[in-house]
Design a protein around this ligand. Structure first.
Ligand SMILES: [Zn+2]
Length: 190
């Protein structure tokens, strides 16, 4: 603990040689924090109980330290999911309300989104809404995961069966519980 080290502390974005840095990856201002909160609160248009942050679609919210301009990076979920257009528009609207009408929204496809990116909180919200969360997809157990029982979100029974590969949206499959007879959506693992 020396007073000297604190005094030497320099802004992280400043380069020694005076060159221009790429936009900072970190949010440094209250306005930037507000932008992140606004973007993270956007809900998925098809599964309205879960936010794009919980889904793992929201990859980054960056603020250019020089201009204050915000860049939001998202990764699409299922290929061709029409919801992405709605999500982009919703992010734009949320950021405009938060004071960032100039925000840029970037879409990155690599690495590809996986249902493994859905947060624990997001999975709990899906289950609470009657949507069976996807099974974990890991490289080693990818094939095995497909055979794991899908548990009924109503009664928890593993005695379930797929009724249709497509549920209320292309991202979901329609399943039925053999124990309580309730149909339910299952978010497909990807
Ligand atoms: Zn059931």
């Amino acid at each position: 603990m020396s007073a000297r080290s604190a005094a030497q502390r320099s802004p992280a974005a400043a380069n020694e040689d005076g060159s221009v840095s790429a936009p900072s990856r970190s949010i440094t201002t209250q306005a930037g924090t507000d932008a992140r909160t606004a973007a993270a609160s956007v809900v998925d248009p098809e599964i309205r109980v879960i936010t794009i942050d919980e889904l793992g679609i929201l990859r980054a919210v960056e603020e250019d330290p020089a201009t204050g301009r915000v860049t939001v990076t998202i990764t699409p979920t299922y290929t061709g999911c029409p919801a992405m257009d709605v999500i982009r528009a919703d992010i734009r609207r949320a950021l405009a309300v938060a004071g960032h009408p100039e925000a840029e929204i970037r879409t990155v496809f690599s690495p590809p989104w996986s249902t493994d990116w859905i947060s624990a909180e997001g999975r709990a919200k899906l289950a609470a809404a009657g949507i069976a969360p996807p099974a974990p997809v890991t490289p080693a157990a990818g094939v095995v995961a497909l055979t794991l029982a899908v548990r009924c979100p109503q009664c928890g029974s593993p005695e379930t069966e797929q009724v249709s590969r497509f549920g209320s949206t292309a991202c979901k499959a329609l399943w039925r519980c053999r124990s309580c007879s309730e149909p339910f959506d299952h978010l497909k693992a990807l």
